[in-house]
Design a protein around this ligand. Structure first.
Ligand code: 3PG
Length: 306
């Protein structure tokens, strides 16, 4: 019998787990649930006999692949797969997939919500500001970036975008005004929203120099990965420029030091962009269907490793 482990340190909504289980039940697959685990040993024990794993930001490294002797496929229910060692997956003959787009609207709604929260002084009653008429620059115009752009337009914001892998024409067609570099985005926009994955090229790329170029009272909002931030660099910029604001859904390593910035810094306690019933359901069900398609028919449409 095919055994599938759902290994989520940060659990899905219960209804999403039921939906996933329903798909596997119908195929005669067994579903095993490991939620809120606190030690890696629990994960290593749980993977021992399984054929497939559904994860979120859970770390899947060499140790996990070594422990999972029957493993054939890992599906990251979500977009970013920097938490999976792809080279080790390939070396162990394991297919890795993601579920692109499935949680994009949830992340985008959180971004806009945090921007309103900031613009209205965290709802403390003091006079704030509006998003209408402000320029928002979207760094990486993929599924999340486009959803942020769509909602921002509804607020009457001017939407700009830069993406290293998407042409200016395609960005225009997808509804934003293209700019020619990351530096231009920071220099021209009142808000910059980060949606780039953590890769060798993007790690620590959001730095002191970029923030120092921003217009007065600018805001940077990060709902992507903390690894793309040069944390010391942006703390320095925010210390020198007392008009700038940093909002993040991924708590930085220097959170305690950032707290000294007062209301110009805000971090959610735990990454929650994709933490909605709808996103859990969309991503979880897509992951389950992709596992069934792979095991039964060898389908590899969303494969991300070689
Ligand atoms: C993603 O890459 O899809 C998001 O960062 C969501 O991550 P999460 O599943 O850990 O909430």
């Amino acid at each position: 019998m095919t055994k599938v482990l759902i290994a989520t340190e940060k659990p899905f909504a219960a209804a999403a787990v039921q939906g996933i289980k329903g798909i596997f039940d119908a195929e005669g697959f067994e579903t095993i649930l490991l939620e809120k685990y606190t030690e890696k040993k629990q994960l290593l024990d749980a993977v021992a006999n399984v054929d497939a794993i559904i994860i979120r930001s859970d770390i899947i490294d060499k140790e996990v692949f070594d422990a999972a002797k029957n493993l054939k496929i890992v599906v990251r229910a979500g977009a970013g797969y920097d938490n999976v060692d792809l080279a080790e997956a390939t070396a162990h003959n394991v297919c890795v997939m993601n579920t692109p787009g499935q949680n994009a609207n949830a992340v985008a709604e959180l971004v806009i919500g945090l921007l309103v929260f900031n613009a209205r002084n965290r709802f403390n009653g003091k006079s704030g500001s509006e998003l209408m008429g402000k320029k928002i620059g979207i760094l990486a115009y993929g599924n999340v970036g486009r959803n942020v752009g769509r909602i921002a337009k509804g607020f009457g914001m001017d939407v700009y975008a830069y993406d290293a892998f998407i042409s200016a024409d395609a960005i225009k067609e997808a509804g934003a005004t293209p700019v020619t570099s990351v530096a231009d985005l920071f220099a021209n926009c009142d808000v910059v929203s980060l949606h780039a994955p953590a890769t060798d090229e993007t790690k620590k790329s959001i730095n002191y120099e970029l923030l120092m170029k921003m217009p007065k009272n600018a805001v940077v909002i990060n709902s992507a990965r903390k690894e793309i931030i040069d944390e010391e660099g942006i703390l320095k910029a925010l210390t020198e420029r007392t008009d700038l604001v940093y909002i993040t859904d991924i708590m930085p390593g220097n959170h305690e030091a950032m707290l000294a910035l007062g209301e110009r810094y805000f971090s959610t306690p735990k990454k929650m962009g994709a933490q909605t019933a709808e996103a859990n359901n969309n991503a979880g069900i897509a992951a389950a269907n992709q596992i069934v398609g792979f095991i039964k028919k060898g389908e590899e449409r969303f494969r991300v490793n070689k």
